[in-house]
Design a protein around this ligand. Sequence first.
Ligand SMILES: NC(=O)c1ccc[n+]([C@@H]2O[C@H](COP(=O)([O-])OP(=O)(O)OC[C@H]3O[C@@H](n4cnc5c(N)ncnc54)[C@H](OP(=O)(O)O)[C@@H]3O)[C@@H](O)[C@H]2O)c1
Length: 341
Amino acid sequence: MLSASVVGGAGYVGGELVRLLLAHPEVELRQVSSRSQAGRYVHSVHPNLRGRTRLQFSRPEEITPCDALFLALSHGESAPQIERWTRLADRVIDLAADFRLKSPEAYRRWYGTEHPAPEWLARFVYGLPELHREELRGARWASGVGCNAAAVILSLLPLARARAIARIVVEVKVGSSEGGAKHGLASHHPERSGAVRSFAPTGHRHQGEILQELGDIELHFSVTAVELVRGILCTAHVFTHEPLEERDLWRIYRERYGAEPFIRIVKDRTGVYRYPEPKILAGSNFFDVGFERDPDTGRLVVIGALDNLMKGAAGSAVQAMNLMLGFAETAGLEFPGLHPI
Ligand SMILES: NC(=O)c1ccc[n+]([C@@H]2O[C@H](COP(=O)([O-])OP(=O)(O)OC[C@H]3O[C@@H](n4cnc5c(N)ncnc54)[C@H](OP(=O)(O)O)[C@@H]3O)[C@@H](O)[C@H]2O)c1
């Protein structure tokens, strides 16, 4: 068994990493750190893990060398210490946005500050296996993915690679866990519950990642917070260079995604769940995608759904780790989401 540790393990993404790594067939979870919870049992913060582990939180400075180190820290906290983290482990996966963008200019553009370790940006592989599978095999350093970015990228990747897109307008609806365990007035239950809050009509930071990974496309991107805890639904209105029929869409999506272990094309003729639905993906590593063509205008509506804490964070990170360490890509991730009721 190889060893893995999680820094920032008291957070929402950290908690999912701990759950996945405890059940992983090839990895022993060695340490989980938290500054605020040091000394307490991991299950006291993540009660779903009662009876599954007797691990206690360590302090971040007590983390010892391991084979794979996951950083699940708040944005901007991993880059200043990246030399230390990379000395501690052969493989490092940083789930924050610190190493997702490849250039210091792009980082300045989207995060408004200079990157503290710009020489490291190009060394990290963007950790979305569906895009960077071969680079991840044997890689030492990988970033995680932005959860909204992953939903948009995976929704549109087949069409972008087919060079079919003239223009896209994307609306992403997100749940509250996307904001992490830290709380404030905006996440206070009376303010948040029942709200449909347009919090980034333009200018969301994940746009930088989407453009980096999909290439030069005309993208219009808005994010709205809705009454969900977990989950993202991406609705992309796509205007194509040439008219595409539904059979063309099936071909394009099947060619790209037919062999993907965690992507399902969803389009049922009847039933309640005819299109991708985040509710049934809670806790799973699946990304579901579906589409429909508007016969009157030719507009394509592409719909993608995922669990922001799983395929949008911890699940993709464990999938990336599997590639980095040479395990079966699906190891520790082969379970469906919850039944919808
Ligand atoms: N939530 C999502 O849907 C999602 C999806 C994709 C990616 N991400 C990214 O994943 C990362 C974690 O997200 P999250 O939602 O889990 O956030 P979170 O719930 O706020 O957890 C972050 C954890 O990091 C620890 N931490 C913060 N600064 C630290 C430092 N300087 N040194 C050591 N520990 C530190 C905090 O714990 P202590 O204070 O106890 O140490 C906290 O528990 C973020 O960078 C986020 O952008 C999140």
